[in-house]
Ligand binder design. Structure first.
Ligand code: SAH
Ligand code: SF4
Ligand code: F3S
Length: 447
């Protein structure tokens, strides 16, 4: 390593979209000659890719940024970048709070990082938050894993759930072309990747904005069609997709998942609330009955499918009775995993302005009660794995026990077993499950 070599560091907050964006931005930086530094304090360029989904996510970002802004006073050559959803939400305002920033860039600008940095290196302080058409990235992402990869298929979201900042910060839906997606996946297959997760905030919307309709008036490019198209790409053994919206989820998609062996029988379909009045206030566009029908339909094709979801407690005006309907739904469905959150009022969203906000005490009490039920149900769901033989795709070593490797079942359960990571990385291994916990499994390999 020479001292003239420039180093970069990226810290990523938030969802898989941000992680995928960070991998592309890291690819761009490496193309520009930067080297990765695990320690932000050893980097000449620091990029925070930020999340604003809830207030605590946003506050975390400010505390990180504050620390690096101080460092910049001692090291004026440090380049400080805030990217992602907080950058988009705050825009120029963030410069008033942290004038040390060199670049503020929204998620739609991720692929433009090199252009933007050139302006910075010319001595400008740059804010890039205007809505744009997202250009294809021609550099190779620096992916965290060599086994599993994310592929964006649609950016943005056209829904207007009354609590959610995502449409404000990610912009309108923009689907990538099937050709671009296919090309990226084909390359991943050649590079030895075994599993791909297709990404979109509302993945069922894929293709709505692309030209072309079928004879029956359906959009020509849908998620279902895409799954059929990419299924035979050599090397790729597993396909996943997220996130599904109950309003647009189709039986055609369920059938495709059932028919196509590489598509994992795992569905991530947030329901948010088990109460119809609350769902209406959230502007979700479905009822809990419709949600239950979707899950029944999935289970009628694939009885063992694993189901995960997101839920919010303490939405404005939520009564104890309405909250209990969420508990009821969780009890009835039996999720394999549920991401839960207390409602957090977000700037620029309708629900934040309502005067029927609940107290923090009520929200955290409900969150605790829901989480308790969730682990209980997940532990019950885990029982079905005991004694079974599952196929596990080995991703990494177990950092807590170096004699073990870790991977996931098709249903996305984290699984540990004895083995050497150097030999097993990227392999699909049959594992007999001998121990089950709420969210993970242990087993013995059958070679
Ligand atoms: N597009 C996905 C989810 C995007 S955000 C969907 O439609 O479900 C991820 C999750 O964060 C949401 O599912 C929701 O459960 C949660 N979330 C979003 N806004 C929130 C808010 N204001 N307060 C608490 N949780 C929120
Ligand atoms: Fe947010 Fe709703 Fe869009 Fe999901 S579908 S990202 S919750 S607005
Ligand atoms: Fe957060 Fe932005 Fe994702 S707000 S959850 S990083 S889309």
């Amino acid at each position: 390593m020479t001292t003239s070599q420039r180093h970069y560091h990226i810290t990523t907050f938030g969802c898989q979209m941000n992680k995928a964006d960070s991998e592309r931005m890291a690819g761009i930086l490496e193309d520009m000659g930067f080297l990765w530094s695990e320690d932000p304090n050893g980097a000449d360029l620091i990029l925070y890719n930020t999340c604003t989904i809830r207030d605590n996510a946003e506050q975390k970002v400010y505390s990180y940024l504050g620390r690096q802004a101080k460092r910049k006073h001692e090291n004026p050559n440090l380049t400080l970048i805030v990217a992602g959803c907080v950058a988009q939400q705050e825009g120029e305002k963030i410069l008033r709070r942290i004038p040390e920033l060199d670049l503020v860039m929204g998620p739609q600008h991720a692929n433009r990082l090199e252009d933007l940095l050139e302006q910075v290196f010319d001595g400008n302080q740059v804010v890039a938050t205007e809505a744009i058409h997202i250009v294809e990235d021609i550099t190779k992402p620096r992916r965290d894993s060599s086994v599993t990869a994310w592929v964006n298929i649609i950016y943005g979201c056209n829904e207007r759930c009354s609590y959610c900042v995502v449409p404000n910060v990610r912009g309108v839906e923009q689907s990538r072309t099937p050709e671009a997606i296919y090309a990226e996946m084909e390359l991943l297959g050649k590079q030895g990747y075994k599993e791909i997760t297709l990404l979109g905030q509302n993945i069922d919307a894929y293709g709505r904005d692309l030209p072309g309709v079928t004879e029956t008036g359906r959009h020509q490019h849908t998620l279902t069609d895409l799954l059929y198209q990419v299924h035979e790409i050599p090397g790729i053994e597993r396909l996943r997709f997220a996130t599904s919206h109950p309003r647009y989820f189709t039986e055609r998609l369920i059938r495709a998942c059932h028919e196509l062996p590489k598509v994992c029988e795992h569905f991530h379909i947030p329901f948010q609330s088990g109460d119809n009045e609350i769902l209406k206030a959230m502007k979700r566009g479905y009822t809990h009955e419709k949600y239950r029908q979707i899950i029944d339909k999935i289970r009628s094709y694939m009885p063992d499918a694993s189901i995960s979801a997101d839920a919010i407690v303490g939405f404005p005006g939520e009564t104890e009775e309405q909250f209990e309907k969420t508990l009821q739904l969780v009890d009835d469905i039996g999720f394999d995993l549920l991401n839960t959150a207390a409602y957090s009022p977000r700037p620029g969203t309708p629900a934040a302005l309502w005067d029927n906000q609940l107290s923090e005490e009520v929200k955290s009490d409900r969150l605790q009660r829901l989480n308790h039920l969730v682990s209980q149900k997940a532990a019950e769901r885990s029982q079905r794995y005991l004694g079974r033989i599952e196929t596990v795709l080995v991703e990494d070593g177990n950092h807590k026990d170096i004699t073990q490797v870790m991977g996931r079942t098709a249903g996305n359960r984290l699984t540990f077993f004895k083995g050497n990571i150097d030999e097993l990385k990227g392999q699909l291994v049959k594992v007999k499950i001998t121990e089950v916990r709420a969210f993970s499994l242990t087993g013995e390999p059958i070679f």
